[in-house]
Design a protein around this ligand. Sequence first.
Ligand code: 0RA
Length: 640
Amino acid sequence: MNEEHYDASDIQVLEGLEAVRKRPGMYIGTTDVKGLHHLVWEIVDNAIDESLAGYCKNIEVIINKDNSITVKDDGRGIPVDIHPKTHMSTVETVYTVLHAGGKFGGGGYKVSGGLHGVGASVVNALSKWVEVTVYKNGKIHFIRFENGGHTVEPLKVIGECEENRTGTWVTFKPDSEIFDTDIYDYETLKVRTRELAFLNRGLKITIRDDRDDEDTTGETFIYEGGISEYVRFINQGKTPIHEDIIHLEGEEENVFFEVALQYNTGYNDNIYSFVNNINTHDGGTHEDGVKRALTRVINSYARKSGILKEKDESLTGDDVKEGITMIISCKHPNPQFEGQTKGRLGNSEVRKLADNVFAEGFEKFLLENPEEAKIIVNKAMLACRARNAARKAREITRKSDLGPTNFFGKLSDCKSKDAKVSEIFIVEGDSAGGSAKKGRDSMTQAILPLRGKILNVEKARLDRALGNEEIRTIITAFGTGIGEEFDLSKLRYDKIIIMTDADVDGSHIRVLLLTLFYRFFKPIVEAGHVYAAQPPLYRIMHGKTRKYVLNDEEKDKYLASLKPEVRARAEVARMKGLGEMDAEELNETTMDIEKRVLRKITVDDCVAADAIFEKLMGDEVEPRRDFIVENAGYAINIDV
Ligand code: 0RA
């Protein structure tokens, strides 16, 4: 930093940024790969805000060769004039003063961005260097920061541009001393930029990866239909039961609300809601309003039109949701996020707005499209019937855990009745199940071998799922019940461990199980009870030592660590499958609490499994073929 630039306010500024470097987790959650990507969203959010304010039409995101990120927008350009409070330029202020984001520049932000909403100064604090170029007033302005936000090149004009050209270009290089990794994942950035394009209709977002080849053109996302196109995108590979996507919107006191939906022949719902482009994964008032109105309007239409007779029971919220794909998006100037992970919208006025907009528009749609209305109502009535059938089937699973008969099927339960210390291994195949049973600690470890492939719940309602013996055994073993009467507190095990082979069949079973858990036992996954065992791929023996490693990389590393003469005599064996390990070996490598490696399964893992599933098993042939062709070479590695 040069001398003239150094005054009392700078010291304060640097202390602020230093605090961010000391406890980055407080500002961006984590310093793993997720936190690394978070930096991009902080910068992109600023550009999105500018677009929400109505001034920016194009955003470009580039992964540069050195894993730095460039974000370009064609908004008004961050102001370059001297800020009265800080006596620095506004752009320098925005990049060096914590929480300076939207407050500067005359309230230009209509809607504030990211969940953490901490903005550019945090990115600066956690970067090796940052360069900002502003096109404004016919001039090109430039400023550079280094090592966590120290201004090394104060704002200066470096050239001229057309008078009407405006925009902001930012390039930052994350500090590798802060982050565990500095490698960006193109797919992650692509999926979210595409989502942002869906959520902000008409906004053009391009994403490009320059790491391999600088001539790539990247991918451009622009959706004039906005969230309608998002619904169509999600329903690809499914079979819609009506052609048109229903898209409704309304605005009140600066709160904008919209919803798009289409029903398909499936039995699950895919409802995603957003507030200011942030996924509200725990819903909230916007979602509640829509669901309430959906249930009310369908029932009233069904009664008035005579499809639902007087004697028939009313349709429930679950009935009318079956097979629905829905995107709800709310733009709010002052959103209140609630809940432990702040994933729920709390603003109560939004419930009414959502209800009103939805009820009015959806009723109109039903009245104007009687054919579609009939199909939708009939589907909900079938769901209702299936729900009642499922209740009866469930009573059987409930009775089953009373009787002395072995209704647990092949479950070898653990002796302990204390859920906190108990675990259940769901094991592929009877022979691996046998070894696992011998190798377990029977006090705390239960074994459930799965015979064949479990039912694909993607294509079955709850009542049919309950007809499947494997699934019934799983439900009974878990103890939680299912559907309306699910109760997480009754879970009989602290850990549910999926133990499958590292081959195609194994990954298939894993996908089936994750889909089952995601669809019917989501709270168990959310509470972090589901794990995947990681059986080793190699056994390395030398002298009396036996070493198991999970993958090729570890094998090479381990071999390299041995003395040359030992390495020459080491025997490396590829482990075939769970079924071929004896009890002792299975215990040592995969089950022993002290030695095993488990991987916690997240909801994201399940969503990914579900997507793979849809491609593999969905109604459409085309995506399946594409998927198989794309993955033909490495189907073995479908790791979910
Ligand atoms: C406030 C006011 C003005 C522009 C911006 C914010 C702005 C911020 C960012 C951050 C990334 N890109 C951005 N683009 C614009 C404009 C005030 C004026 O009219 O000069």
